[in-house]
Design a protein around this ligand. Structure first.
Ligand code: C5P
Length: 245
């Protein structure tokens, strides 16, 4: 399936590295090494719960763009207020669960300030059967339905698996995509289920790739985190060239 990236970006700027570590000290060490090799740093529930959101954002902004992956899922009033708080911290991007409903996504959009709002569709750790039991349908239909609500709410983009990117870019013009569930051939799958290689995700049309463990703890035969990020950027570059971008 061939898709189309919405953004013209250098390969490294498409990499959002997930800093899934428990302490700011560890996040610092990774961000210091990776600053010149990736486009943004994603801070998620582990780090912000352990160290406190304002402190984490303040520190990580020193190293580059910050994606605040708080995955808000609540009633519109609460999501709106949380969105205002995080936008005021100066994050580049934050996210809200599309399954929290149109009103909650609209509240996030209204209060986004200068930040981008992305809607989480179906987590990439959820397989076909679990998607049916939780959402009542297969990922290919449920993700498109949730992306449609995100588009209607005015979100800048959605978070989905690389497998759904092609259909999303065909259906919703200009809606950006950020995809976790990205695994180079040399990396372990871990708990991710709906996965693709970085090259295939780009060929499918993904704008941003959210990548954690393959960069933060690469297999020893691959090398260190910088080497892992470089290999992924090379793979992205090649895929961009092969798809004529
Ligand atoms: O280590 P790995 O590459 O699997 O990390 C993926 C990151 O993307 C994690 O931080 C996870 O929280 C996040 N994520 C995800 N699936 C989604 C949304 C976010 O894996 N649908």
């Amino acid at each position: 399936m061939k898709g189309r990236c919405n953004l013209e970006l250098a390969a490294k700027d498409r990499i959002i590295v997930a800093l899934d570590v428990p302490t700011l000290r560890e996040a610092h060490l990774l961000a210091e090494q990776l600053g010149g090799y990736v486009g943004a740093f994603k801070v998620g529930l582990e780090l912000i719960t352990s160290e406190g959101a304002p402190q984490v954002v303040k520190e990580m902004k020193r190293f580059g763009n910050v994606f605040f992956d708080g995955k808000f899922s609540d009633i519109p009033n609460t999501v709106g207020n949380a969105s205002r708080a995080v936008a005021q911290m100066g994050v580049w991007m934050f996210d809200v669960h599309a399954s929290s409903g149109l009103g909650s996504m609209q509240a996030a959009v209204q209060n986004r300030g200068n930040s981008l709002v992305f809607a989480v569709t179906v987590l990439t750790s959820i397989d076909m059967n679990e998607c049916v039991s939780v959402f009542g349908g297969f990922p290919n239909t449920k993700v498109i339905q949730l992306a449609g609500s995100a588009y209607e709410a005015g979100c800048n983009g959605v978070i989905c698996s690389p497998k759904e990117v092609g259909d999303i870019s065909k259906s919703f013009n200009g809606l950006l995509t950020a995809v976790p569930g990205v695994r180079p051939r040399w990396a372990a799958t871990n708990d991710q289920k709906r996965i693709m290689t970085p090259g295939d995700a780009i060929k499918a049309g993904a704008d941003y790739l959210v990548i954690g463990r393959p960069i933060t703890s690469p297999p020893s035969e691959t090398g260190d985190s910088i080497r892992a990020a470089q290999l992924i950027a090379e793979e992205i570059d090649q895929a961009l060239a092969e798809s004529g971008r």
